[in-house]
Design a protein around this ligand. Structure first.
Ligand code: ZN
Length: 281
């Protein structure tokens, strides 16, 4: 096992422990800027020999669906979409005063920015005892219109309907975002703690056989309900995403390994916790 800065050679699949046909993992998906260095780092975060082919296919399709469904407009605005797949124009749906919907084609530079993020309750694995009312979720619009009343209009006065607007959000979006955050958090933990530095708890959730996202992540809802600031560190304007490791006691012998992450910190993206696993105190 070697570790040179922001790279680590793992030598087994971080999702299933297989040692067959291992490939490298960008910890942050390439479609969310994973090839770039994060603010404050000099290169991208990469795990080598870290995913088997079966798990690579699962996580790749998770990433593709999440990026396409949840973050299409913000990725275009930040040039995070693939250059070889950029169409000359983009289809948007516009709505007239009577509510009639119609397709419209816009060039790239006229597309609106829109970014919404799910609001998750506290990770229920950390709540004693867990209470169903704490499994709160909603959606917060960070950039772009909150309501149709302030939606941008095209030159002939028609409203652009955002696919990311909260009313269009559904449980699938919330679940996809949670799984992608879990995948990023597992990779981040393996990079900094090593594959033997903790006992992972979220591998089944990332691979899809466990669907209980509320168990493993969240925390932003509490900040809304209490009015407290939702992140300890204010993001620099150029900080695309921000991550930090944290540890909270589980019992006398163990502590939770947590990755606190702010996706799209530059747009005031909320800080959520992902409970990645446990380790000895
Ligand atoms: Zn695997």
């Amino acid at each position: 096992m070697t570790n040179d800065g922001l790279h680590r050679v793992v030598g087994r699949c971080i999702y299933c422990d297989s040692t067959d046909a291992l490939t490298r993992e960008h910890i942050i998906p390439e479609g969310l800027g994973g090839r770039r260095a994060l603010e404050g780092y000099h290169e991208a975060h990469v795990l080598r020999e870290a995913s088997c082919e079966v798990c690579r296919q699962i996580t790749q399709s998770l990433e593709q669906e999440c990026l396409r469904r949840v973050f299409p407009f913000v990725r275009i605005a930040l040039d995070l979409d693939r250059k070889d797949r950029r169409p000359p124009q983009y289809k948007v749906i516009v709505k007239d005063g009577q509510g009639n919907l119609e397709e419209r084609w816009l060039p790239r530079n006229e597309l609106p920015i829109s970014l919404a993020m799910p609001i998750y309750g506290d990770p229920t694995i950390m709540i004693k005892p867990a209470h169903p009312n704490q499994v709160f979720w909603g959606v917060t619009q960070l950039v772009g219109p909150v309501s149709p009343m302030i939606a941008p209009l095209t030159s002939d006065g028609k409203e652009i309907v955002f696919p990311e607007a909260p009313k269009r959000y559904n449980m699938r979006h919330v679940h996809l975002t949670a799984r992608m955050m879990a995948k990023i958090a597992l990779g981040w933990s393996v990079l900094y703690l090593g594959p033997d530095g903790f006992k992972p708890l979220i591998r089944e959730f990332i691979l899809g056989s466990d669907t209980d996202f509320a168990r493993w992540m969240g925390g932003f809802a509490r900040h809304i309900l209490t009015g407290k600031p939702h992140a300890q560190v204010k993001a620099e304007p150029e900080a695309l995403h921000m991550f930090r490791l944290a540890f909270e006691p589980k019992n006398e012998k163990e502590e939770f390994v947590i990755v606190c992450m702010r996706l799209f910190a530059m747009f005031n993206g909320p800080e959520n916790w992902v409970v990645v696993g446990t380790r000895r105190r």
